[in-house]
Design a protein around this ligand. Structure first.
Ligand SMILES: [Zn+2]
Length: 383
């Protein structure tokens, strides 16, 4: 048995408490989608809480849509490194970008200084942000939504809108994490609340993070061709949405969660089991790791070009359909919903420690197949 001095014991007890802090950021975003130019124009206001013991003189932002601006971005260069030439060979009209036309902090005009990749920028605060204080930051921005080279994208009037707003980077005990957008690699975000208002064509079926709270009696919330859709989300670290006028919707309440499946017409005949897969994923992961704590979960059909699916808080996008030979669709649906726990709730740094989300989640996906179909089963087994 080792002997601990009283001072060392005191430090050991104190150390975890000193480092047990997280920043917090609450967003309010109002955005309008132009389905002719495939552009979003938006006004974002956020309140950033400095819960760290440090005084901050600047904050970093992610401007992710700039990954699709030109061939010089980190994403574009890394894509070529993986012999993926879709972006290099794309037309200008298919590419995307983000422009922040004005910014202010604490009521004072501010400027963004680009980072080493156009997907990051630093905003110098007009006055230092002391521990325990908060600052309000406002921005007007425009996003040109690209075709599908990765996650954010559109195909005609179908939209998958992720990594789409100026997102404040994480500051933790290791400092700032202004992570650029990579060809391979994911994300890291601070928890907070979102209030997102979207002006969209009236016929759009929308899936989104959080809960839709649109007031159906608000006569100001519509124009000839657009309607206003309002969403709120609590204690999440990202907000994404998808919209398509042709989505085929099914919905069900399962264990208190409002489950929705939005199938693309091309997949509708092959998505008949998706609702059951979603319910099973909630049941198994809930049994093993704790109940899914959010009120909604939506599975959206998509076209994304970054694997067979992608996870966002309260929402997953799946780009595959059922086939006759494997349980591949079930695997993707369960895997993406599993990410609601591993990263969605745990919120690790996915760039530094991807094993903590992909590793645990892939293990859990295998566990799902073994427990549901028997010890020899996996997704390759014939249904
Ligand atoms: Zn994954």
């Amino acid at each position: 048995m080792k002997h601990f001095s009283p001072a060392l014991l005191f430090l050991c007890l104190l150390a975890p408490r000193l480092s047990a802090w997280q920043q917090r950021v609450d967003y309010k975003i109002e955005a309008r989608l132009d389905t002719v130019s495939h552009e979003l124009t938006a006004d974002q206001r956020l309140r950033y809480w400095n819960n760290s013991p440090d005084t901050l003189s600047f904050v970093w932002f992610h401007l992710y849509p700039n990954a699709f601006r030109d061939e010089r971005t980190r994403f574009a260069r890394e894509a070529e490194g993986f012999h993926d030439y879709r972006f290099r060979l794309s037309r200008e009209a298919e590419r995307g970008l983000m422009e922040v036309s004005s910014a202010n902090a604490g009521g004072q005009p501010c400027f963004l200084t680009p980072g080493d990749d156009p997907t990051t920028a630093r905003l110098d605060l007009p006055s230092p942000l002391a521990p325990g204080d908060s600052v309000d930051i406002g921005m007007y921005f425009r996003v040109k939504i690209p075709g599908f080279f990765s996650r954010l994208g559109h195909e005609g009037s179908h939209y998958e809108v992720s990594q789409w707003y100026p997102k404040i980077a994480v500051y933790d005990r290791k400092g700032w994490h202004p992570l650029g957008y990579h060809y391979l690699g994911e994300f890291y975000g601070d928890f907070g609340d979102f209030q997102v208002g979207l002006w969209l064509p009236r016929n759009m079926v929308v899936g989104a993070t959080g809960v839709e709270v649109t007031d159906p009696n608000d006569t100001t919330a519509a124009s000839d061709s657009l309607s206003y859709r309002l969403f709120t989300a609590t204690d999440v670290h990202d907000f994404a949405w998808c919209a398509d006028p042709k989505y085929i919707e099914t919905s069900e309440i399962h264990r208190g969660v409002a489950l929705r499946v939005l199938a693309l017409p091309k997949d509708s005949s092959r998505w008949g089991n998706v609702m059951q897969y979603a319910k099973d994923a909630l049941d198994y992961y809930g049994k093993w790791y704790g109940r899914y704590p959010y009120p909604t979960l939506t599975v959206c059909g998509g076209y994304l070009a970054a694997g067979g699916g992608m996870e966002y808080p309260n929402m997953v996008i799946v780009s595959s359909g059922e086939d006759r030979l494997t349980r591949g669709l079930e695997m993707v649906v369960v895997h993406e919903i599993g990410h609601q726990w591993f990263y969605g709730m745990l919120a690790n740094n996915e760039m530094d420690q991807p094993w903590m989300d992909e590793g645990f989640n892939s293990f859990s996906e295998e566990r799902y197949f073994e427990e549901k179909y028997g010890p020899e089963a996996d997704y390759l087994a014939h249904p």
